[in-house]
Design a protein around this ligand. Structure first.
Ligand SMILES: C[S@@+](CC[C@H](N)C(=O)[O-])C[C@H]1O[C@@H](n2cnc3c(N)ncnc32)[C@H](O)[C@@H]1O
Length: 496
């Protein structure tokens, strides 16, 4: 959702026009076999990590092995006659750089392990409220030095780890590599800082450039001028060294630099992502106020959804939460179908990157046994969700999208998770209040034993639903201050 969208005053609650088909008619799928298979395969993966750690003959390879294996929530690909799951993902090849090149660092920024791998300070911004969840994700991916801060996380990674963070992080918005930092008092200090960074390692006159500036409590008068100083410093250095400077392209630059200003410090980051990471590549149809993909993945993480348990989004809109869930459950890396900024930088090893992606693809599960169900009262939203799922390479039966009314929903399994982003309005009238009461009645009657997680900017929602929130987690949806409310619908407490 764009900032402009997020400021939209009211979203209408659709009238009850459609009778929901009974989801109870569909028997829950058996999962015992899959669970057993998964446990056995996880053990195999762990053994593989152990072997790699025990035989550190080649430092980079063993580090990579640890990394990918740590991430492996999904077991290796197995053949199955069932059709549910991802369609074949396209093999996108970059033919611009085909020669084998080994990445040789020119300056060492940080070498924590006493070996010759160069480590970088990395900052991964994320939607506010997801910082701890992102830190948990980065730790699970095997990174060192992970620390959560406002709207993002710091961590350490070598270049291959930086590429993999782009490929695997579901919650980060970008992966920014810190290349320069200094105390600053005047705009000209930014020029000096920008001139001191070895940009020539990453890009030059053959690239186009964009510089963005953001600031928190910076005393600088004009951020635009600061931006100009950073850009001038970069271009001056490259012209002096190489005779020419990059030209500026704000729409589709090859290289992006972010200048961040705090009250007394300037930091220069190389953006390795290019387009924001929430742009996975599958969403073209948006519907009403869609969630960003990394926020959807984040609320699934905060909700504690178990990828083997049933998931229902009764206000599914364009299907963001369910498509993210399907990719999580199948082990599809969120960046597998999109390009990244680092692919356009100097010395990008395209063939090695293809190997990384091939390896990631080989671990995608062929099928899903988890019931994933989306309901929406708007036929256009259902169509958009179906088109998005198709673009996400999901077969038709991976997610069941149904036209229906949330107030008539029935549980597809005895237990499971509802994770949803219902319509919200600035001022609720009596009709809206009646809507929430009717939905609450449906939840209590049909979903006893389920976990209900609702992201909304209506901080009084528990009151409207007459339910006591178990947890309320502050999270921002763009500029909107929201809460993720968790309700546990315990069977006994809602009878009568
Ligand atoms: C905020 S949007 C959900 C956006 C969604 N999370 C996405 O990422 O696209 C709320 C959705 O609720 C749907 N809706 C409104 N009233 C409904 C009702 N009574 N039953 C089911 N869906 C309803 C709207 O059509 C809209 O698609």
């Amino acid at each position: 959702m764009s900032e402009q969208d997020s400021k939209r005053a009211t979203l209408s609650i659709k009238k009850r026009t459609v009778a929901s088909p009974s989801a109870r008619d569909d028997k829950p799928r058996l999962r015992a076999g899959a669970r057993g298979r998964q446990v056995a395969q996880l053990k195999l993966a762990k053994d593989k990590v152990k072997r790699a750690v025990e035989t550190p003959t080649e430092v980079v390879a063993s580090k990579d092995e640890q990394f990918t294996s740590t991430y492996t929530a999904a077991p290796p690909k197995t053949r199955s006659p069932r059709s549910s799951g991802p369609k074949a993902l396209p093999q996108v090849r970059d033919t611009r750089h085909t020669e084998e090149k080994i990445f040789v660092p020119q300056t060492t920024l940080f070498v924590p392990h006493g070996n010759d791998i160069e480590y970088f300070h990395v900052f991964a911004p994320c939607p506010m409220g997801l910082e701890e969840a992102l830190a948990a994700e980065l730790n699970a991916l095997g990174y060192d030095g992970v620390s959560a801060t406002r709207a993002g996380c710091h961590f350490m990674a070598d270049w291959s780890g930086i590429q993999r963070a782009n490929l695997y992080s579901r919650l980060a918005t970008r992966i920014l590599v810190r290349l320069g930092q200094a105390p600053v008092q005047r705009e000209d200090d930014i020029l000096e800082l920008a001139r001191s960074v070895t940009w020539e390692r990453w890009f030059g006159a053959e690239h186009t450039l964009r510089v963005d500036t953001s600031a928190v409590k910076s005393p600088m008068q004009s951020l635009q001028y600061c931006n100009l100083r950073a850009k001038d410093g970069i271009c001056d250095r490259l012209r002096e060294l190489e005779g020419e400077r990059p030209s500026i392209d704000t729409v589709r630059p090859d290289a992006r630099v972010h200048l961040f200003l705090s009250h007394d410090t300037a930091t220069l980051y190389l953006d390795t992502s290019g387009e924001s990471l929430f742009k996975r590549g599958w969403r073209l149809d948006k519907g009403d106020a869609p969630l960003r993909e990394n926020l959807a993945a984040g609320i699934l993480a905060l909700a504690g959804w178990d990828p083997e348990a049933a998931l229902l989004d009764p206000f599914c809109g364009s299907g963001t939460i369910l498509i993210e869930a399907a990719w999580i459950a199948l082990g599809v890396p969120p960046g597998i179908t999109r390009p990244f900024g680092f692919e356009r930088l100097r010395d990008h090893d395209a063939s090695r990157w293809e190997d990384v992606k091939d390896e990631a693809r080989s671990r995608i599960l062929p099928e899903l046994e988890t019931p994933l169900i989306g309901i929406d009262a708007d036929p256009l939203a259902i169509e958009a969700a179906q088109r998005n799922a198709e673009r996400a390479y999901l077969t038709e039966d991976t997610i069941r999208f149904e036209l229906g009314d949330a107030r008539d929903a029935t549980a597809p399994a005895p237990t499971g998770w509802i994770v949803t982003n219902p319509p919200y309005g600035e001022r609720l009238d009596e009709e809206d209040l009646e809507f929430w009461r009717e939905w609450a009645t449906n939840l209590k009657r049909e979903f006893a034993g389920w976990q209900v997680n609702i992201i909304t900017s209506d901080l009084d929602l528990p009151k409207h639903l007459r339910l006591k929130a178990n947890r309320r987690t502050p999270v921002f949806n763009g500029a909107l201050d929201c809460r993720l409310f968790n309700f546990e619908l315990v069977a006994a407490s809602y009878r009568d």
